[in-house]
Write a protein that binds this ligand. Structure first.
Ligand code: HPA
Length: 274
């Protein structure tokens, strides 16, 4: 079910009661196993999702399910420690709900991270990929239904969803850290089953470099309400059919844990310069 303006405002008001006059400028949605960055937030105000009206819980492994408001890299942030996914049984309206609520609270930038399977065979497990664009075929849009003009237009442009200047900034910071930042197209698959080898061959033909089960609904919603977006993917595994072995959730979490320090350092460096 679509949410009404009143419902977004109710949630924003509840969060406002918790955070007082703090204005989060940057919303950070942290993916599988990467939520630990929230522990570095200074003067944290923690709000569990269940305290926020209409907000769905996170049930995915490695997703805590709380907002952490505070300062990180000198910026006022709202970190989502855990997100909602369509495969958890949630609608795209549910999944993108917090983006609009944080927009109402003053956030104008979204930093989004995720774990994904590498489709591009020049990638290696542990690589970070700057998301230049995405592909979302077949699945319904989070903007389907009545448009809420308070957030944005009926037919929003999608040419620059991933803000080019933020991408450049990430590339510069990666270079000065001596980190090899890949670039590519993130292709959305709904999950929860991992893709088949045939689907991965299709993804490659269509121009996908990495595949994952998140991020795209939130980014579409952020673009609609005119937020800047920086998206970075961690390649936690090579996608199905590339290596002669099955995919596992454990492999994803192990890779995420290994890359955590480097990933956090890059995001922090970007935040400082935003
Ligand atoms: N496919 C989809 N989602 C994922 C993958 C994958 O291979 N790895 C981590 N998240």
């Amino acid at each position: 079910m679509q949410y009404t303006m009143k419902q977004y405002e109710e949630s924003a008001a509840t969060l406002r009661e918790q955070i007082g006059d703090f204005t989060p400028k940057v919303l950070m949605i942290l993916g599988s196993g990467l939520g630990s960055m929230a522990d570095e937030v200074q003067n944290p105000i923690i709000v569990p999702y269940e305290m926020v009206p209409h907000m769905k819980r996170s049930t995915a492994p490695g997703h805590k399910g709380q907002f952490v408001f505070g300062t990180l890299g000198g910026k006022s942030v709202a970190v989502m420690q855990g997100r909602q996914h369509h495969y958890e049984g949630y609608s795209f309206y549910d999944v993108s709900f917090p983006v609009r609520v944080l927009r109402l609270l003053g956030a104008d930038t979204l930093i989004v991270t995720n774990a994904a399977g590498g489709v591009n065979t020049t990638f290696e497990v542990g690589d970070l990929m700057l998301i230049k664009d995405h592909i979302k075929l077949f699945f319904e849009s989070p903007l389907r239904g009545e448009n809420l003009p308070e957030f944005g237009p009926r037919f929003p442009d999608s040419s620059y969803l991933y803000t080019p200047s933020l991408g450049e900034l990430a590339k510069e910071e990666a270079e000065s850290m001596g980190l090899n930042l890949q670039e590519g197209v993130y292709m959305y698959f709904p999950g929860p089953q991992y893709e088949t080898p045939a689907e991965i061959r299709m993804a490659r033909v269509l121009g996908g470099d990495a595949v994952g089960m998140s991020t795209v609904p939130e980014v579409i919603t952020a673009g609609h309400c005119n937020m800047q977006v920086l998206g970075i993917t961690l390649v936690t595994n090579m996608a199905a059919g590339i290596l002669p072995q099955p995919l596992s959730e454990e492999e994803v979490l192990v890779a995420a844990k290994k890359a955590r320090t480097q990933f956090s350092a890059l995001i922090l460096a970007c935040l400082k310069r935003m």
